[in-house]
Ligand binder design. Structure first.
Ligand SMILES: Nc1nc2c(c(=O)[nH]1)N[C@H]1C(S)=C(S)[C@@H](COP(=O)(O)OP(=O)(O)OC[C@H]3O[C@@H](n4cnc5c(=O)[nH]c(N)nc54)[C@H](O)[C@@H]3O)O[C@H]1N2
Ligand SMILES: Nc1nc2c(c(=O)[nH]1)N[C@H]1C(S)=C(S)[C@@H](COP(=O)(O)OP(=O)(O)OC[C@H]3O[C@@H](n4cnc5c(=O)[nH]c(N)nc54)[C@H](O)[C@@H]3O)O[C@H]1N2
Ligand code: SF4
Ligand SMILES: [Mo]
Length: 760
């Protein structure tokens, strides 16, 4: 679209007014500065060594690194490590927590730490325990750990559970689920339950597989990308390189996001020096819907496709089922309902439909802005419906592409760490174990919290992550974890959960080696379905008492299960684990020989370049997506007097620039002009009528609690919406979940914002 047409459709770029602190491009020179500061500092040599080590990047699911060298992507392209990778490595290279540290600092002192302070304590380097009634963590021996674990896991199977986070390896993930299932439990809660579970649930129903159907190679062939609810400039920086190249080659990029994220407008990438100062153009069209209204927006796009004669009806007839009802829904939903629900004008929607409908190969990508809603699965359906209505699934350069979270979160799902185990894997595991798996439905993360809150969980093993910090309603999370007798945290770095998510009897922290330190090879799976091999490495922590995750899990399993039904000690050899994976996980056959071949590979049966899908009929199933009814609460709904001047907003909670999930690396968010964590970014059009001003301190009240002394920051978010950071914000709202997937609505949290002096 030329500039003139753009201005015609969006007379004023809608909600683009930022504050004085916001830079004019994302990325840019400060990225180089960060690289320079870190790589030239005293940690520089070790940082370079790690960057060049043959291992997959720790940070995001884009999955850079591995055997082709630390800087190379699966297409063999160089210079593909971003500063987020440096940030993650740098955090792991910190010195060990001193042996006397916990003698000097009580748990009540540690509970006062912020996320950043907890992370900066250093690396976990020896096992510790906090016993009921004690005020300090104390060191404990491996013998005692295994003795406690043995008792703890000899409980009714339904009362034992695990939670995991997607940074560990495929091998550790596979062993975790094999062990928990061999013990008779299906309680395998995982961080993906809080993340892309709606994508997994929706895509499985539609296409029979639940991951991205687009390879990196195919993304490069697209002539249009729709990127909805994803702040990739922060969270998947190398995807930005692809977008820059696509734009340079004439492709169109449509961004769908209530917040005008500066990096999605213009991005300066070190991989394209010419872009660094001015920034390369990213969005061709930027739509800013009301949070939670994406179904309405995509239904509008579908309606316009029909009206503009751009519907691929032949494709629908040949390759899909259930399409008639979806087309009818789009046709019969009135425009005024669509535009009122999503807050985007008909002209903008029509412009988006024209671009999508006249492009040859469209990739539809999305992340948390789509999934973390009470109708997250419908959001996914409506995007995939749009892809199918334009024939953009099952061909080169096109398809649906959920942009995943943690660097190995997708591998955890593939390895069977899920409460929705695929039938083929279930059968293969039953054959391996020589007995049927339990039929009792396992707990996903929210079910786990509810079950623990009701006193139904005795033992919990957390393989990484921060169960306490990642969940809504921190008070409930704390109480729930506090009802569990034994919690074993397996971790590299301390976080809020280790000090606030304390068990009733014994809280144990097991210090582990990370991906680039293991004495054995491990694998991971990227969001693009590419399996990476990471080589053996060593740790900088010289006198530390660390263990590998694989050794820890197999030792526990051996203590409890012995040789039943597999020789758990033999599984300490990750090569043997890989052979079991090859035998039991469809598409993973090549992992059985990866030690010899070193061949990293794309998982079979995932990438679709022909419109024959993995459903029984080979056709994609389409589902009608009801439009959400979005309302905002009144002050009295939160117990705030009706007369209190203020404003109700739909709060989008998420990540600042310098954090990795619950772990904060730096307090400010430079690109949104938010100087610290206790800020609310909102539109001045909301603030002023409510009598609020920029930099004023306000109270933000949710249905579970409030945060006080929050600084108002004006930003380019549409009116009615606001942005705050997790994990801090998780204290203020209860879990309202998407029932089909169990994922909480982190992106449309109803809050009431009022000036401190007017508080009741
Ligand atoms: N550096 C870094 N990288 C990371 C992570 C990290 O914390 N730090 N986390 C990893 C993980 S686990 C994940 S899941 C991903 C997260 O990656 P993202 O999903 O990009 O992260 P969020 O901060 O949750 O941002 C979501 C975006 O959705 C928008 N949004 C909110 N509500 C809506 C809505 O209703 N509709 C639409 N269309 N958009 C909406 C927000 O404005 C925001 O721009 O990143 C992964 N990579
Ligand atoms: N309000 C709000 N809440 C959210 C979200 C949101 O957008 N808004 N997003 C949700 C999403 S998408 C996700 S994925 C979850 C994230 O939830 P989690 O995955 O549970 O949390 P993380 O903060 O990623 O966990 C970080 C910790 O993992 C440990 N760790 C790091 N590397 C390793 C390793 O190699 N091995 C082991 N064993 N441990 C390791 C370290 O102790 C580190 O402190 O949060 C969710 N919560
Ligand atoms: S894009 Fe993701 S995987 Fe690639 S280097 Fe950056 S953080 Fe690592
Ligand atoms: Mo995530």
């Amino acid at each position: 679209m030329d500039a003139e047409t753009q201005r015609d459709i969006q007379p004023i770029p809608p909600f683009h007014e930022t504050n004085d602190e916001t830079p004019v491009i994302g990325g840019g020179p400060s990225v180089i500065q960060y690289w320079a500061e870190h790589t030239l500092s005293s940690e520089g040599p070790k940082l370079w060594e790690t960057l060049l080590h043959h291992s997959a990047c720790l940070s995001c699911s884009w999955g850079t690194g591995g055997q082709k060298g630390g800087f190379t992507n699966e297409e063999g392209e160089k210079l593909q490590r971003c500063m987020k990778s440096v940030e993650a490595i740098s955090s792991e290279l910190k010195p060990a927590i001193a042996p006397q540290f916990f003698e000097k600092h009580s748990i009540s002192e540690l509970q006062k730490l912020t996320s950043m302070e907890a992370d900066r304590l250093g690396r976990w380097s020896f096992p510790v325990i906090l016993r009921a009634g004690k005020s300090h963590y104390e060191r404990l021996s491996w013998d005692e750990i295994y003795a406690i674990a043995e008792t703890a896991f000899h409980k009714t199977p339904e009362r034992i559970a695990s939670y995991s986070s997607g940074r560990s390896s495929n091998e550790a993930a596979y062993l975790l689920q094999l062990m928990i299932r061999a013990m008779g439990s299906n309680n395998l809660a995982d961080c993906s339950d809080l993340c892309h579970a709606p994508s997994t649930t929706g895509l499985k129903q539609m296409f029979g597989t639940n991951t991205s159907m687009v390879s990196l190679e195919n993304l490069k062939k697209a002539d249009c990308v729709v990127l909805a609810g994803a702040n990739s400039a922060y969270n998947h920086p190398r995807l930005m390189n692809e977008l820059i190249k696509l734009r340079e080659n004439g492709a169109k990029i449509i961004v769908v996001n209530p917040m005008m994220e500066i990096g999605l407008v213009k991005f300066g990438s070190p991989a394209f020096p010419a872009s660094l100062l001015q920034g390369a153009e990213i969005s061709s069209l930027y739509l800013q819907p009301i949070p939670g209204s994406d179904v309405a927006l995509f239904t509008g796009i579908q309606k316009s496709l029909i009206e503009q004669g751009l519907l691929k009806e032949y494709y629908l007839r040949m390759h899909t089922e259930g399409w008639e009802a979806v087309v009818e829904q789009a046709r019969s939903t009135p425009w005024d309902i669509i535009t009122e629900t999503c807050g985007v004008s008909q002209r903008e929607i029509e412009a988006a439909a024209l671009i999508i409908g006249t492009s040859e190969r469209v990739v539809f990508g999305w992340a948390m802005g789509i999934t973390q809603h009470v109708n997250g699965v419908d959001n996914v359906f409506s995007i995939a419906n749009t892809a199918l209505m334009t024939g953009n699934a099952g061909k080169e350069g096109a398809g649906t592409m959920p942009v995943r979270g943690h660097s190995n979160v997708q591998g955890f799902g593939s390895m069977g760490v899920t409460v929705k185990l695929k039938k083929e894997i279930q059968e293969a595991l039953e054959k391996l174990l020589g007995r049927p798996l339990s039929k009792v439905q396992g707990y996903h993360t929210r079910d786990l919290i509810e079950a623990a809150d009701a006193g139904k969980v005795d033992t919990l093993l957390c393989l990484g992550g921060n169960l306490y910090g990642a969940n809504p309603d921190s008070m409930q999370a704390k109480r729930a974890i506090g009802n569990i007798e034994t919690v074993i945290y397996v971790a590299t770095k301390p976080n809020l959960g280790h000090f606030n998510g304390l068990a009733k009897q014994n809280t144990i922290v097991i210090p582990v080696l990370n991906r680039f330190e293991n004495p054995h090879k491990v694998t991971t799976e990227s969001g693009n379905n590419f399996v990476r091999l990471s080589d053996e490495g060593k740790t900088h922590l010289k006198d530390a008492d660390l263990i590998s995750e694989v050794e820890f899990l197999t030792t526990i399993a051996h203590r409890i299960l012995g040789h039943d039904p597999v020789d758990w000690r033999k599984l300490q050899d990750t090569k043997y684990v890989r052979q079991l994976i090859a035998q039991t996980i469809p598409g993973y056959e090549k992992i059985g020989t990866i030690d010899e071949t070193k061949e990293e590979f794309t998982i079979g049966g995932r990438i679709f370049t022909e419109p024959t899908f993995a459903t029984p009929s080979g056709k994609a199933s389409m589902f009608v997506t009801p439009l959400p009814k979005l309302t905002l609460p009144q002050p009295q709904d939160f117990g705030v007097p009706e007369s209190t001047p203020g404003v109700a907003l739909a709060l989008m909670t998420g990540r600042s620039y310098s954090q990795h999930n619950t772990v904060v690396y730096k307090i400010g968010d430079h690109y949104r002009g938010m100087p610290h964590r206790n800020c609310i970014l909102m539109n001045h059009l909301d603030a002023e009528p409510a009598g609020l001003q920029e930099h004023q301190r306000v109270t933000v009240q949710g249905d579970a609690g409030k945060l006080e002394h929050v600084e108002v920051i004006y930003g380019a978010v549409r009116p009615g919406a606001a942005v705050m950071f997790y994990p801090e914000v998780n204290v203020i709202f209860k879990a309202h979940i998407e029932t089909r997937s169990g994922t909480p609505a982190f992106k449309r949290v109803p809050v009431f914002v009022y000036a401190e002096s007017t508080a009741a």
